[in-house]
Design a protein around this ligand. Structure first.
Ligand SMILES: Nc1ncnc2c1ncn2[C@@H]1O[C@H](COP(=O)(O)OP(=O)(O)OP(=O)(O)O)[C@@H](O)[C@H]1O
Ligand SMILES: *[C@@H]1O[C@H](CO)[C@@H](O)[C@H](O)[C@H]1NC(C)=O
Ligand SMILES: *[C@@H]1O[C@H](CO)[C@@H](O)[C@H](O)[C@H]1NC(C)=O
Ligand SMILES: *[C@@H]1O[C@H](CO)[C@@H](O)[C@H](O)[C@H]1NC(C)=O
Ligand SMILES: [Mg+2]
Length: 323
């Protein structure tokens, strides 16, 4: 009788062991497959200078300054085996001129999955940090997020969109991460990339472009420091009182490597955007069609009408209603 009970117990026990062993194998297999599917192809691209150069040349229109500075800054940083600090760029310009577009170009030249990589983090001020009263909580959260992500993956990329709408002071919380420290609490941030996007400085850039046009200069002659553009942007951004950079210590301490101006686009660039959208949508049409779409967008100043008010934004929508 007793032996019988022992026998039953033994059978149950060994069954449990067998079942749990099988479960283990299944769990392992599932983890392996999800790893393969969702993680293992989220890789770094081997950095290729020529590839980035071609990509910028083919898919970015009318931004010769941004194109040149981004190419030099990104390739210098990506090929540096011992960077002394993370790469920190700030893009400035009016709406629809390619600021998000360029951050996506950078992302796809670094990560196989490009902007969809889980190592590319986009923070949208109004969405992630909406409340003024919560600034202290956001500071803590932001530091935790960046620290967590960089410690598990040093080559992480952080994009701060709409810096103009960020509460002043919040961004200063990440100052130690952007500085020349080899480690902050055991984590090194030197391989990370930070990009700030804003409209701040747009009036400075617009004025420089219009003045230079009225003086009969070629757009392509404009340089980063033409007519003191970089210094003026810098001041404008620092003094934009309701914006994320207002009196920011990041600017004071010179932790932003480049303030990159994005110029307002001309008619010919808008035309290029129309052609690119047509190619993406497999639409073929004649030049007249392309002109009709490009002419459907507003241009300024009122007399000369040479610069696009919305850049290439809404080109796709205009295109779709013209088909
Ligand atoms: N210079 C450009 N070259 C090629 N395409 C462009 C350019 N500028 C804008 N585009 C196109 O227009 C779309 C909108 O541009 P993007 O989102 O980069 O504007 P933005 O500068 O971030 O504007 P905003 O300040 O409104 O956020 C992009 O997806 C891209 O397709
Ligand atoms: C990484 O950043 C995201 C926000 O983009 C955040 O939700 C996540 O918790 C962070 N990961 C870690 C480990 O902190
Ligand atoms: C920003 O500056 C302007 C004048 O320079 C002032 O009228 C305004 O109140 C300031 N706003 C804030 C939020 O400090
Ligand atoms: C455009 O055409 C190509 C091949 O001709 C096809 O692979 C692609 O899916 C098409 N794209 C769209 C948006 O229809
Ligand atoms: Mg944008």
């Amino acid at each position: 009788m007793k032996a019988g009970i022992y026998f039953v117990c033994l059978c149950v026990l060994s069954n449990i062991i067998v079942v749990s062993a099988i479960l283990d194998v299944i769990v392992g297999a599932v983890a392996y497959i999800t790893d393969r599917l969702f993680q293992k192809d989220d890789l770094l691209e081997p950095f290729d200078y020529e590839r980035l150069k071609t990509d910028l040349k083919d898919s970015l229109y009318g931004q010769h300054i941004a194109s040149e500075v981004v190419l030099k800054a990104v390739s210098g940083f990506m090929t540096d085996k011992h960077p002394s600090k993370p790469l920190v760029l700030s893009f400035h310009g009016s709406t629809g001129v390619g600021k998000n577009h360029v951050s996506n170009i950078i992302a796809r030249n670094i990560f196989t999955k490009g902007e969809n990589s889980e190592h590319v983090h986009v923070f949208i001020s109004e969405h992630h940090f909406p409340l003024k009263e919560q600034v202290e909580t956001y500071k803590f959260q932001l530091k935790q997020w960046i620290r967590g992500n960089v410690s598990s993956f040093p080559r992480s990329m952080f994009i701060f969109d709409v810096m103009d709408k960020m509460n002043p002071g919040l961004i200063d919380a990440i100052k130690p991460f952007l500085d020349h420290y080899s480690h902050v609490d055991g984590v090194s941030y030197r391989e990370a990339i930070f990009i700030f996007l804003s409209n701040a400085g747009e009036s400075v850039i617009e004025k420089v472009v219009l003045d230079s046009w009225r003086d009969g200069e070629k757009r392509e002659q404009l340089q980063m420091n033409s007519r003191d553009m970089e210094t003026k942007i810098f001041k404008d951004v620092f003094n934009a009182n309701s914006s994320g950079f207002w009196h920011s210590t990041l600017i004071d301490a010179h932790l932003i490597d480049h303030f990159i101006p994005f110029l307002p686009l001309e008619y010919r660039h808008v035309r290029q955007c129309v052609l690119a959208e047509m190619a993406a949508l497999n639409i073929t049409a004649n030049d007249g069609f392309v002109d009709r779409v490009a002419q459907n967008l507003p241009y300024f100043p009122p007399e000369e009408k040479i610069l696009s008010v919305k850049g290439c934004k809404t080109v796709k929508q205009k295109l779709l209603v013209h088909i």
